[in-house]
Design a protein. Sequence first.
Length: 68
Amino acid sequence: MDKKKQHKILIIGDLMLDKYIEGEVSRISPEAPVPVVHKQKEYYRLGGAANVIGNVVDLNCSAIPLEL
């Protein structure tokens, strides 16, 4: 029976949570050159070092986070 060695990986960086907003753009704002979005969907995903940790865990390795 083969024993797989569990790899431990140190992740150094900022843990972030990214926010995504999806919707329809109907016009450009008259106050600034930015689109006016009518929000239809909003969701969150891991960002920064947290995204790397998620990927490492998906590879069946142990992730050790270190935020400075």
